[in-house]
Design a binder for this molecule. Sequence first.
Ligand SMILES: NC(=O)C1=CN([C@@H]2O[C@H](COP(=O)(O)OP(=O)(O)OC[C@H]3O[C@@H](n4cnc5c(N)ncnc54)[C@H](O)[C@@H]3O)[C@@H](O)[C@H]2O)C=CC1
Ligand SMILES: O=C(O)CCC(=O)C(=O)O
Length: 460
Amino acid sequence: MLSTKEHVTKEEKVVIDYMNKIYEKIKERDPHEKEFLQATKILFDSLIPVFVKNRTYIENNVLERLIEPERVISFRVPWVDDHGNVQVNRGYRVQFNSAIGPYKGGIRFHPSVNLSVMKFLALTQIFKNSLTGQAIGGGKGGADFDPKGKSDNEIMHFCQSFMTELYKHIGPDTDVPAGDIGVSRREVGYMFGQYKRLQGAFHAGVLTGKGLNYGGSLGRTEATGYGTIYFVDEMLKDQRMNFRNMTIITSGSGNVAIYAMEKAIKLGAKVVACSDSNGYVYDKNGLSLQTIKRIKFSEGARISEYIKSHPEAEYFDDCSKIWSVPCDIALPCATQNEIDEESANMLVKNGVKVVAEGANMPCTIEAIDIFLDNGVLFGPAQAVNAGGVACSSLEMAQNSARLSWTFEQVDEELQKIMKNIYRNCTRAANKYEHPGNLVIGANIAGFTKVADTMIEQGVI
Ligand SMILES: NC(=O)C1=CN([C@@H]2O[C@H](COP(=O)(O)OP(=O)(O)OC[C@H]3O[C@@H](n4cnc5c(N)ncnc54)[C@H](O)[C@@H]3O)[C@@H](O)[C@H]2O)C=CC1
Ligand SMILES: O=C(O)CCC(=O)C(=O)O
């Protein structure tokens, strides 16, 4: 059931009834897909104002079509570990929507991967990709494989086996995967190598996030984290604020978190806490990014190592408690549903000014409501972290043109894209009479382009 205000107009009731019918149908069909249902609910709730004003979306039953993936691929991934044991994982690719371009979205290797997680990520990717202004549809893939503790040889064999099935379904004009949790340049390299071997041809544009020697783009590694900060900068500027002397906490210490920290520090902020899935480190005077990079990028170790070289910092072995650290800006950059009602209340009590989702759906529905009800500036994932996929699209453009841009060119383009996304979200929120509500703004701005295109292309 969708959430409703106490008083709804006649027009709103028609829309809510229409949406509820679809929501109940998908819930009945896949009741166990809790992340997918959560993302659907957030989406439907925020689209009510645009459906009230545009009857054509109901007449064309766009929502019921859009909420069903165009294609779901699920496959066996067998591989042999270093001890000679045969292991089996389950792989996925959800090709959700190709109205405005080839499917585009990352690949996640994590034990929590299941169809519900894949579907929620692919669904939200549709609107994120639409917001970038580029011609990319929405998809996502992954496997319930845990890279933690695996040797390089095991990672390579897993990636090769994964691609041995996936290669049949992807291509530079059909579906272009990239990295996500547990998948970075190394894994993309192994997957690219296997794709090339199976195809017998070098298609640079089939994957993004590649190494620089074979078609990767400068700036892609930094893009999601930097883009997050460029977006927050726009949020702050609108309120006549900036990053100088702001206290920041970020969850995670992976690709997104590290480059968000880097750019925020460059703009004058102080990052006092960050985490990994075991725990978090805190230093009221600011953490050393150099040490975090060494621990995570060079040593592949746990964040608890931090206090060995920085005894002035503290380590706490419960990562979910990071939200009890007082801050001006909270950047959840790890995983889904990491900020619940209790954590949101704690952040509000401690005076948080901005919460921006570097990760995908890191805040529960209840947490988002708490932020919005308490006047916290809230940036939703599909807008805030869109810089990564936007830069992937720039990588595709460079591959097509057989060119390589400089870091400065890519970064300048990224800044323009993030400013544009912020402007389009605020414009949509204002147009549909929810000023300041970027959840509504982002979903409406992302949705309308896809929905209008689906109508133009007929019932397919
Ligand atoms: N890499 C990219 O370009 C993009 C990533 N994202 C999203 O950003 C988030 C992070 O992705 P990456 O940084 O690429 O992954 P990553 O694998 O580089 O890093 C993930 C980090 O989160 C930590 N982590 C995992 N579960 C945790 C938990 N429950 N509490 C605290 N920390 C936890 C891990 O220890 C690791 O430090 C994901 O939600 C991903 O979907 C979104 C857009 C693009
Ligand atoms: O760069 C890409 O294509 C993937 C980015 C991604 O997975 C995401 O935006 O969540």
